[in-house]
Design a protein around this ligand. Structure first.
Ligand SMILES: Cc1cc2nc3c(=O)[nH]c(=O)nc-3n(C[C@H](O)[C@H](O)[C@H](O)COP(=O)(O)O)c2cc1C
Length: 321
């Protein structure tokens, strides 16, 4: 028998952010809990060291945790972090009814988190928000310095067939595609969409064309009045998973205060620029870069897979079925 509270919490968890909107999480129904898995081969094969995947999985559990509080439940997470072939068993999630006097997290009410890639105006962030981002492990860095690094990283990425292959796997012209990126979300003009399709077909770009593709993110970053870098204790799966939970809290807090954020990961993804990001922010392990500001437009809601595609029934139900 399905538990309607669990279904509501799991459905809300599906709104978690993920690189390329790949939604690499899978839940297996086990006795009294859900096993959380990630399949490297299926989802983000060119993610260096699975870094983005661990961040996404942390963001997924934190999104679920906030949703559980809204439904008077709490999430208990038991880490496993073990790999068998391409399968990564992240941990066991148990949903329990909250006690009557259990404290509800202030962020639990915020449900409107989404990525916004449009231009931001010059409204400065509030001191409270900056303080909260610091408390969650972010360092605020000069936008001009970061835009120079992103310019370099972007050219390297667009000339790398692995980066382009990953993008090709997760970019779809079908606006209703349940996973991956669509033109509306990026947002791209018709001309930009056509150019992107040509780039994806070519597999890699010559340097001058790569600079043209890089220019949009570089311009947005140069004009940003705030850029944040999230840091982690180290780059182990457990530390990255924890960083993913904090990343989700940063992004939820930003949206809850009427601001917006836009991750630009290539600066930390590329080995050519990641050491310089560490230098700029004065931390050893920068794991995410995002600009933060007051948006000039509302971003469209991105698509998600249905719950039935994410939750696999218990072994017994599979045998019955
Ligand atoms: C670890 C991580 C890295 C991301 N990197 C980028 C990025 O480099 N550029 C970008 O535009 N969006 C990036 N995103 C945002 C995702 O594309 C976005 O979360 C996904 O498309 C779902 O949309 P939503 O956040 O609006 O729900 C990243 C998200 C995560 C969790």
């Amino acid at each position: 028998m399905r538990n309607p509270d669990h279904d509501a919490i799991l459905t809300a968890a599906l709104r978690a952010p993920s690189a390329h909107n790949a939604q690499p999480w899978r839940l297996v129904v086990a006795e009294q809990c859900y096993e959380l898995h990630y399949d490297h081969a299926d989802y983000l094969p060119f993610d260096p060291d699975d870094r983005d995947a661990y961040l996404c999985l942390g963001a997924f559990v934190e999104t679920m945790s906030l949703a559980a509080m809204r439904h008077r439940h709490r999430v208990e997470f038991e880490p496993v972090f073990s790999r068998h072939g391409s399968d990564f068993f992240v941990g066991r999630i148990t949903l329990r009814m909250a006690d009557a006097n259990e404290q509800v997290d202030a962020l639990a009410a915020a449900t409107d988190r989404h990525t916004n890639r449009c231009e931001y105006d010059t409204t400065p962030l509030t001191a409270e928000l900056v303080e909260e981002l610091h408390a969650l492990g972010c360092v605020m860095v000069p936008p001009a310095a970061m835009s120079r690094l992103v310019a370099r990283a972007s050219v390297c990425a667009w000339r790398d067939p692995r980066f382009v292959r990953d993008l090709r796997a997760w970019f779809s012209l079908d606006a209703a595609s349940p996973a991956g990126m669509t033109p509306a979300g990026l947002p791209l003009t018709k001309v930009e969409t056509r150019a992107l399709m040509m780039a994806l077909k070519a597999g890699r770009l010559p340097a001058p064309l790569a600079s043209v593709f890089a220019s949009r993110d570089v311009r947005l970053l140069r004009r940003a009045n705030s850029v944040a870098v999230l840091t982690a204790d180290d780059l182990s799966p457990a530390a990255l998973f924890d960083a993913g939970r904090r990343l989700l809290r940063c992004w939820t807090a930003i949206c809850a205060t009427g601001f917006a954020y836009h991750p630009i990961s290539i600066a930390v993804d590329r080995p050519e620029t990641a050491p310089d990001v560490a230098l700029i922010c004065g931390a050893r392990n920068p794991v995410a870069v995002f600009r933060v500001g007051h948006p000039t437009r509302v971003a469209p809601r991105s698509n998600r897979r249905p719950l039935s595609a994410v939750v696999q029934p218990a072994m017994a139900e599979q045998l019955d079925g």
